[in-house]
Design a protein around this ligand. Structure first.
Ligand SMILES: NC(=O)C1=CN([C@@H]2O[C@H](COP(=O)(O)OP(=O)(O)OC[C@H]3O[C@@H](n4cnc5c(N)ncnc54)[C@H](O)[C@@H]3O)[C@@H](O)[C@H]2O)C=CC1
Ligand SMILES: O=C(O)C(=O)Cc1ccc(O)cc1
Length: 360
C-alpha cells in the first residue's frame, strides 16, 4: 500500500513525530490542529504543510493524534469531510474510542485504530522527534469490519516510522497497556508526589534511581487523566495488586523494625519477583533483553566532552547501545555510563585509559 499523502490531525508530540518520520521517508504530510499555533510550529519544524493551505486536499491516510476523548468525534468530522481514504488514531486507549466511534456512526471499514508504544514526558510539537518510534512496538487493532486495505495502510505507516507492528484486539490492548504503561504511570506519580514536600537535603541526595522511577511523572496531567479515565477498570485492577504488594512490604518493614527478623523473607520475595519482572522486559529493538556491559567514565562539565567521548568509541569501533549521565550536584563533573556489548567493554576501557580519560 503506497502512502503518498498523509494528513496529521493533532500536531502535538505524537502527531508531529509521525509527520517528521514520514517526511524523512519522502511522504507528503498535511498538518491540522485546532490550535493553529501548534500546526504552524509543526510546519516550521519541517513536519509538512498546513492542511488548510492545501485547500483541504484529500489524503491517503489520516492520523488522528488528539487526546483519547476527542478521537471519535474527530474521526466522524474527518469522514464527513471525506478527508482521507483511510483513518487511524494513536490514542493510548483503544476500546472506548472504538466503541464511541461505532455509536456515532463512523465508517469502521476505513478505520483501523492504532497506538505507538513510544512517547516522552513532554508535550507539543517542540518535543517531537523523527526517530521517536524507531524499533518500538506499535499496536494496531483492526475490527472485523475493517477493509484489508485500511489495515495495509496502517501497517505501511508503522513501517515508514520504523516501528514494529503488533496486532491485537482493542480489549486485549487495553489490558496489556494497563500493566506496561498506565499503572506504571500512576505508580511513578505516587512516588514523585512524595518529593513534593521532601526536604532540600533529600532532594540534594537524589540519584539516578529516583529519576528513572519518576521520569514519566513529569507528563501532562490533563492528557493522562484522559488516558486513565479511558482505561479505568484494567488500570484499577493492576493498581490494586501493586497496592497490596506495597502494603505487605510496609507491614513487613514495620515488623522488622519491631525486631521480627523473619519479616525479611517477605521483603526478599518481593524484591526477587521484581527482578524476574524486570528481566522480562524486551530489549530496545523488541528482542530479548540483552545484558550490556557498562563502562563508566568521569566527564568534566564542559562543552564538547561527550562528543570527544563518542569519538573514542567511533575510533575503536564500539557501538554505544545506550548512554546515561549521572550529574554530581555542585561538582564540575559527572559520570557518563556507556552501555556496550560485553565483549567490547575491555577494548573501550583500554582505549579510554590510553587517551587519558578517567575510567573508575
Ligand atoms: N504522550 C505520549 O507519550 C503518547 C501519547 N499517545 C497518544 O497520542 C495522542 C496525542 O498525545 P500527545 O501528542 O502526547 O499530546 P499533545 O498534547 O502533545 O498533542 C495533542 C494535540 O492535539 C490537539 N488537539 C486536541 N484536540 C483536538 C481536536 N479535537 N482536533 C484537533 N486537534 C486537537 C492539541 O491542540 C494538541 O496540539 C493522545 O491520544 C495520546 O494518548 C500515544 C503514545 C505516547
Ligand atoms: O515516556 C515514555 O517512556 C513512555 O513510555 C511514554 C508513553 C506514554 C503513553 C503511551 O501511550 C505510550 C508511551
Amino acid at each position: 500500500m503506497d502512502l503518498r499523502t498523509v494528513l496529521v490531525v493533532g500536531t502535538g508530540l505524537i502527531g508531529t513525530s509521525a509527520a517528521l518520520a514520514l517526511r524523512k521517508r519522502g511522504v507528503r504530510v498535511l498538518l491540522a490542529d485546532r490550535d493553529q499555533g501548534a500546526a504552524r510550529l509543526a510546519r516550521e519544524l519541517g513536519a509538512g504543510e498546513e492542511w488548510e493551505a492545501s485547500g483541504h486536499e484529500r489524503a491517503d491516510l489520516a492520523i488522528i493524534a488528539v487526546p483519547p476523548a476527542h478521537v471519535a468525534t474527530e474521526l466522524l468530522a474527518l469522514q464527513r469531510h471525506d478527508a482521507a481514504r483511510f483513518y487511524t488514531d494513536v490514542a493510548s486507549v483503544k476500546a472506548e474510542p472504538l466503541h464511541r466511534a461505532a455509536q456515532l456512526g463512523c465508517d469502521l471499514a476505513t478505520y483501523v485504530a492504532s497506538h505507538p508504544l513510544a512517547g516522552r514526558e513532554k508535550s507539543g510539537p517542540g518535543a517531537a522527534r523523527n526517530d521517536l518510534f524507531l524499533g518500538r512496538p506499535w499496536a494496531l487493532c483492526p475490527t472485523d469490519e475493517a477493509e484489508p486495505e485500511a489495515r495495509a495502510a496502517v501497517l505501511r505507516l508503522i513501517e515508514l516510522c520504523g516501528a514494529n507492528p503488533v496486532e491485537v484486539s482493542a480489549t486485549d490492548h487495553d489490558r496489556a497497556v494497563a500493566v506496561v504503561s498506565h499503572a506504571p504511570h500512576v505508580a511513578a506519580s505516587a512516588v514523585a508526589a512524595r518529593l513534593a514536600d521532601a526536604t532540600d537535603v533529600a532532594l540534594g541526595l537524589a540519584g539516578q534511581g529516583v529519576r528513572d522511577v519518576t521520569r514519566i511523572a513529569g507528563s501532562d496531567p490533563s492528557l493522562w487523566l484522559g488516558i486513565l479515565s479511558g482505561n479505568a477498570s484494567p488500570v484499577a485492577e493492576v493498581l490494586e495488586a501493586v497496592a497490596t504488594d506495597l502494603a505487605d512490604a510496609a507491614s513487613a518493614l514495620r515488623a522488622l523494625a519491631d525486631g521480627d527478623g523473619t519479616a525479611t523473607s517477605e521483603i526478599t520475595q518481593l524484591l526477587k519477583r521484581g527482578v524476574v519482572g524486570h528481566d522480562r522486559i524486551p530489549g530496545k529493538h523488541g528482542g530479548p533483553a540483552s545484558s550490556y556491559a557498562v563502562v563508566q567514565v568521569v566527564i568534566g562539565d564542559r562543552p564538547g566532552q561527550l562528543a570527544r567521548l563518542f569519538q573514542v568509541c567511533d575510533e575503536v569501533g564500539v557501538n554505544v547501545e545506550d548512554v546515561r549521565l549521572e550529574h554530581a550536584p555542585g561538582l564540575p563533573l559527572g559520570i557518563a555510563e556507556l552501555f556496550v556489548q560485553p565483549d567490547a567493554a575491555a577494548t573501550l576501557t583500554e582505549a579510554l585509559h590510553q587517551r587519558g580519560w578517567q575510567v573508575p
